[in-house]
Write a protein that binds this ligand. Sequence first.
Ligand code: ATP
Ligand code: MN
Length: 467
Amino acid sequence: MESLKRTKIKALLQMEPGVEVLAKGWVRTKRGNKQVKFIALNDGSTINNIQIVANTELFDEELIKRITTGASLAVKGDLVESQGSGQAVEIQAKEIEVLGECDPMRFPLQKKDTTLEFLRSVAHMRLRTNTFGAVLRIRNAMAFAIHKFFNEKGFVYLHTPLITESDAEGAGDMFQVTTMDLKNIPLDKKGNVDFSKDFFGKKTSLTVSGQLEGELGATAVGEIYTFGPTFRAENSNTPRHLAEFWMIEPEMAFYDINDNMALAEEFVKYLVQYALDNCMDDLQFLNDKYDDGLIERMRSVLGIAFQKVTYTEAVEILEKAIADGVKFEYPVHWGTDFQSEHERYLVEKHFQKPVILIDFPKDIKAFYMKQNPDGRTVRGMDVLFPKIGEIIGGSEREADLEKLETRIDELGMSRKNLEWYIDTRRYGSVPHSGFGLGFERLLLFVTGMANIRDVIPFPRTPKNAEF
Ligand code: ATP
Ligand code: MN
């Protein structure tokens, strides 16, 4: 059998009949009668299975019995025009080898329970399902498209550290990194933890954002992006938050907030278009199975300009909605951060298109955002999407040394730990901007999945780091 080269099922399904082929994969289903068995084989290269037709006269009864859902096979046979509907070609099997058996009594992916919730409890095996195959292929396509987009624009892919001593950004609670013996923590004279004895000689954590280092890169080579894991110890059990997620953070010298908004809009539209152009089989599957509005929703964000609204205008819209009888769980007034329900009202009900919110109260945003002349708002921007809410958060950065230092002091933060960052404003400071796209938030949008735990292979959430 091995003299023949294996062909992936995606390619087999596009080939002309009349050739001998070798396919390998996992059995999805087996059905049929005494004379003939139909085996649906999948190798992960596509959502579609190839049908194997096995004439039982040609094979041992024992062998046929070992072909169960989940088992892995190598099949040699002739690629022929399919008799049945649903596929153009099938394989008329001549030789079958069971590579790995799969005990039907113990295999967790039996037909019985295929709810996403159940699958999360067998996340090590759920990758074998059609659903997770589709999600993983779309995830891969999006990662590739992200690199392609920035590469074509001449951005430099910058690798920012995952272990950091800066805890100043305030983007989220951090996971500490230490090699200290937790049962015997060294203390200093005052009784505080003596981090000078720790591995790095200081207190360190996992990064919540690569932005601050990203700004160092942008103010050196012009335009950079990061794309890597990000960690936030936020104890919020929502369908939109993970403790470990991936973020894409472009940072651009000489961009103001308008350039920043234009790039963010072009970027997400490019990614959605790329998914439509390259992942249609998987999208159609997810659309049919989980979210019959998926493809339409994806198309709906492409043709139109995103709506730009100031935070202050948005508050007025929401207050008017409340006066008109719309009910929200959380209150709205000038100075508070919007909840996902408010964001979704603006996108789905009021404007019925993606929204870019700008000019936020400075007290709900990070210290580095550029201050507006009004003294109370900053040049932040959040991109809001249907079904998701916030998908991107960004801003023009404060480029003025004095204003930045004053803000750091106002917030009671330590300048000492940030001297390296502040140096960007001391030596050749330039206007610059950037944003962060949550990779899994994007994937929620382009897969139609409702829970962020279902768009990352191995989710990390409070009380869950299994697999
Ligand atoms: P949110 O208000 O939705 O919690 P945030 O304002 O804390 O988000 P930013 O600090 O602006 O988020 O981070 C940039 C982007 O990273 C967000 O727009 C979102 O897409 C994504 N993101 C933030 N926190 C998480 C998380 N815990 N899990 C997954 N993605 C996240
Ligand atoms: Mn944000």
